[in-house]
Design a protein. Structure first.
Length: 152
């Protein structure tokens, strides 16, 4: 499956319910048992990577990394708005099994209220998941991944 924006996030973006400039967004790692679906409404529908060394999942878990250096750019040439992340997400010394994707989320009061925003199973220049953790660091360089793209 290719990278995509969840339908609920697209709706919230259009209605002003997702503010890339002021809301806090995080990234979580997705376990192998998850079947991607554009229609998933909440983070509760996702299958997170199992807890292990360097990764503790669940609501407000230390495995979910806060995204930093966010910006919004209108791209007239391709008729879209891009929500960009200029920094990297790093999990140090992670050994928690295999994961198949990364999902950007807006974490709210619990996983039943939190919104999945964008699903990534391809990063950088053609690198793909799954990734097997082995005690080393895992880094997602968001500048190489590309922006979350909402059609205008």
């Amino acid at each position: 499956m290719a990278n995509f924006v969840y339908n609920k996030a697209s709706e919230l973006h259009a209605n002003g319910g997702l503010d890339w400039d002021t809301n806090t967004f995080k990234v979580m790692l997705i376990g192998m048992g998850y079947t991607p679906d554009h229609d998933h409404l909440t983070v509760s529908a996702l299958t997170e990577l199992a807890n292990g060394t360097g990764y503790t999942g669940g609501f407000n878990g230390s495995g979910r990394k806060t995204l930093a250096t966010l910006s919004v750019v209108r791209v007239d040439a391709s008729d879209r708005t891009e929500c960009r992340i200029s920094s990297s997400s790093v999990w140090s010394a992670i050994n928690a099994g295999q994961f198949k994707a990364a999902v950007i989320i807006r974490e709210m009061t619990n996983d039943a209220d939190s919104i999945p925003v964008a699903y990534y199973d391809t990063v950088g220049s053609g690198d793909t998941f799954p990734v097997t953790t082995n005690g080393g660091d895992v880094t997602i360089n968001w500048s190489a991944v590309g922006a979350v793209q909402f059609q205008t």
